[in-house]
Design a protein around this ligand. Structure first.
Ligand code: IMP
Ligand code: MG
Length: 187
């Protein structure tokens, strides 16, 4: 059991085999991304950050609080994986954004890009509203890409392993770990 912080132990349901990205490394990279995004959108007015539920909730919270530009927060929910790690195939919209994003600068904030289908679907959907859309993901499994999606901001490239923590889950568990760790899914 690798959860150093006792507050997190209750969310470790399965042995985390290895810490892949430490809490300190995540925090340092999030700060860098926030600086870059703040610079790029300096004179663009209000940025609409669209967090992809559920996995991006912690990343979005940390990233958005470090920006130095005007921003508002929206959420969108899609479903592509069932319980555990098996893909259920098609991407389905579960909850749309509430606010009006017509003609706005939108940044999609995603936890992880695996095959790329989810982000491809979201870019297409949000583009249909006509805003200027960019993408930001905390991690990407580069070897798993089935479709190419343009990522404007990326935290880390990682190997093809199932990762949990910092918002990422395995069967809804392990989301609140402060680091990103590797587990072996049971299914
Ligand atoms: P994609 O459509 O294959 O790119 O998958 C994207 C979604 O799959 C992510 O938003 C996650 O919800 C989920 N996912 C893919 N790989 C992992 C992982 O290693 N850990 C947790 N969730 C993952
Ligand atoms: Mg996700």
């Amino acid at each position: 059991m690798l959860a150093a912080n006792p507050l997190c132990e209750a969310d470790v349901t399965q042995e985390v085999l290895k810490v892949l990205i430490s809490e300190a490394d995540i925090q340092a990279r999030v700060a860098e991304l926030a600086r870059q995004i703040s610079k790029d959108y300096e004179n663009s007015g209000e940025l609409v950050m669209v967090g992809v539920l559920k996995g991006a909730f912690i990343f979005l919270a940390d990233l958005s609080r470090q920006l130095t530009i005007p921003r508002v927060i929206e959420f969108i929910a899609v479903s592509s994986y069932g319980r555990g790690s098996r893909s259920s195939g098609a991407v389905r919209l579960v909850m749309d954004v509430r606010g009006n994003i017509e003609g706005k600068h939108v940044l999609i904030v995603e936890d992880i890009v695996d095959t790329g289908h989810t982000l491809e679907y979201l870019i297409g959907m949000i583009n249909s509203h006509g805003p200027a859309v960019k993408t930001c993901a905390l991690v990407r499994k580069a070897d798993c890409a089935e479709v190419h999606v343009d990522l404007d901001y990326l935290g880390f490239d990682i190997p093809n392993e199932w990762v949990v923590g910092y918002g990422l889950d395995y069967a809804e568990k392990n989301r609140t770990l402060p680091y990103i760790g590797i587990i072996t899914p049971a299914d």
